[in-house]
Design a protein around this ligand. Structure first.
Ligand SMILES: [Fe+2]
Ligand SMILES: [Fe+2]
Length: 315
């Protein structure tokens, strides 16, 4: 038995999901006394300084991080995945694969709907910031530029960008499953219900997307020799380092927090230093260490030694 579903089964599931689509996600008032995301997905949580912050500061830091992470989801899905999948749709290998092609078209529609969900929730969380823009903590166009660069400068780019899409979508599924199955944060109580609902809706489609990614990567790897895989893996490593090093958004969240609460001014430098002390994204390391998560990434890593470097991000 294959480790992933074949296109025919995926298409049936995609169509069914479209038929059974519920009403659009329309979050009501957001409960501002609750954390928005698990603390492990916020950066300062992984530094000793977190224990020194009082509850109110930790809560607000968590909420701002939740909004920022919604932005990152949007940015990746509209800027990167969307661009990559469009490119795949026009690739000659898809001519022989009308069923998988259809799956990809539905995937594109779904990503568009996801972006609307993330944007709607952020507007509810902070209308002052998001009523007239979608991106505040993150640099819009970052992933767009990255995708464009790879697609135009790297030969044999499709394998590379599809790896990135699969890794990020599996990571996103891990975040969703953690949120849904255990909606209690470490120190701040139950997660805000609209965030849990958002992840339920997101996971419903994304669990299928990673299977589609696996089908595509499998086809491309079948045609790639050792040399191509090695050079591919080298660039993948470079791009993962870029994406997984906490930088701009994390700094912007701390600056905004201090802007809101003047009493934190003395702690700003300490918080920024703590953030800079982090290596690569600690939440991603947990996903790689978790049992039964990042399954497809692992499976391809086991089959092709060139990609085993990914294991290093687990530490
Ligand atoms: Fe999505
Ligand atoms: Fe997706």
């Amino acid at each position: 038995m294959s480790a992933w579903l074949e296109p025919q089964a995926l298409l049936a599931l995609s169509r069914r999901a479209r038929e059974e689509a519920e009403d659009a996600f329309a979050p009501g008032d957001v409960d501002m006394s609750r954390p928005f995301i698990h603390e492990e997905f916020t950066q300062l949580f992984h530094t000793p300084l977190y224990a020194e912050l009082d509850d109110a500061t930790r809560l607000r830091y968590n909420q701002l991080s939740g909004m920022s992470s919604n932005e990152l989801f949007m940015m990746f899905e509209t800027g990167f995945t969307n661009r990559v999948i469009r490119r795949v749709l026009n690739h000659r290998m898809m001519k022989r694969d009308p069923v998988l092609r259809e799956c990809l078209k539905i995937m594109l529609e779904e990503e568009k709907a996801h972006t609307k969900m993330f944007a709607a929730l952020n507007r509810r969380c902070h209308p002052g910031i998001y009523s007239h823009r979608r991106f505040y903590f993150t640099r819009p166009g970052l992933f767009d530029a990255l995708a464009l660069w790879v697609l135009t400068h790297v030969p044999q780019h499709l394998l590379l960008v599809l790896w990135l899409v699969m890794i990020m979508e599996e990571f996103s599924n891990y975040i969703s499953r953690r949120t849904i199955h255990d909606p209690r944060s470490d120190t701040l109580g139950e997660l805000e219900p609209a965030f849990v609902e958002l992840h339920q809706r997101h996971l419903r489609d994304e669990a299928r997307h990673v299977q589609i990614d696996a089908n595509l990567i499998d086809r491309l790897l079948a045609q790639a020799g050792g040399f191509k895989r090695r050079s591919n893996a080298r660039i993948l490593r470079y791009l993962m380092d870029q994406i997984l090093t906490p930088r701009r958004a994390g700094v912007a969240v701390i600056r905004h927090l201090v802007g809101e609460q003047a009493r934190l001014r003395d702690q700003e430098a300490g918080m920024l230093a703590a953030l800079r002390s982090l290596g690569s994204e600690p939440g991603f390391a947990r996903a790689l260490r978790a049992e039964r998560e990042m399954k497809l990434t692992r499976l391809f890593m086991e089959r092709f030694a060139e990609y085993r470097f990914i294991d290093a991000y687990a530490r």
